[in-house]
Design a protein around this ligand. Structure first.
Ligand code: NAI
Length: 204
């Protein structure tokens, strides 16, 4: 099911709610109120109720939300019910750090393919995953991989993106500090830690 007219800001908050709900579930909590979630996340409780109400989820008065049910529903909205095999392009410093990070698991992401164009790296393993030649990106449809991470130098990012798009990848997490040109059907989310740092002193 696809949800329409949901503000992007609400979608952005859903993974944050999911992480909090998983925390409550692990702590053995069966129910959680919007107030408790709000206190935990330093959010506004009416905002939380509004966000869930977009999807038709309303807590029970005096009881709150059923934690495990809401986890399932949130995963369902975000299409995270199944493990998502993901391809990484660029097995450099950042790529290796991403591969070592276990925190993607709670959102169902699993980096199962790594590509690089450095002959010295191709064939080597990082953890359980072997680095493959970028030429193998064409195999992604056969491997049922439709998400990609771009962690190559800025000058190579568009080329890597074009290869992912040609292999029917429809979602790209981009770490290269540049805009990527993609067809409308492809969603790109760019993460730039340096830019975030750049505005930090203003607030500090
Ligand atoms: P790195 O130089 O350590 O690794 C880049 C890797 O990409 C190398 O293994 C290289 O062989 C490979 N590569 C180069 N051209 C390629 C191509 N055409 N196809 C496939 N692989 C190719 O660089 P590092 O430090 O890992 O940074 C990678 C990217 O991530 C850069 O664009 C950098 O600016 C960005 N970055 C972004 C951060 C963020 O906050 N968004 C933080 C750190 C890095």
């Amino acid at each position: 099911m696809r949800y329409h007219k949901i503000p992007d800001e609400s979608i952005r908050r859903l993974p944050v709610y999911l992480r909090a709900l998983l925390y409550f579930s692990q702590a053995g909590e069966k129910h959680v109120s919007s107030e408790k979630l709000a206190e935990f996340l330093h959010f506004n409780s009416s905002q939380i109720r509004k966000d869930f109400s977009y999807f038709g989820y309303f807590g029970t008065r005096g009881v709150g939300y059923d934690v495990d049910k809401l986890i399932r529903q949130t995963r369902n909205i975000l299409k995270l019910e199944n493990q998502r095999p993901t391809a990484l392009v660029g097995a450099g410093n950042l790529g290796k750090a991403l591969l070592a990070y276990e925190g993607f698991g709670i959102y169902g992401f699993d980096i199962t393919a790594v590509f690089d164009n450095d002959p010295k790296k191709i064939g080597k393993k990082i953890g359980n995953v072997s680095i493959e030649s970028v030429k193998k990106i064409t195999d992604l449809p056969k491997r049922n991989i439709s998400l990609g991470i771009v962690a190559v130098p800025t000058g190579a990012a568009q080329e890597a993106t074009d290869m992912l798009v040609a292999a029917d990848v429809t979602g790209i997490l981009n770490f290269a500090p540049r805009h990527l040109n993609v067809p409308r059907k492809v969603k790109v989310i760019t993460i730039d830690i340096a830019m975030e740092l750049g505005r930090l002193p203003y607030y500090a």
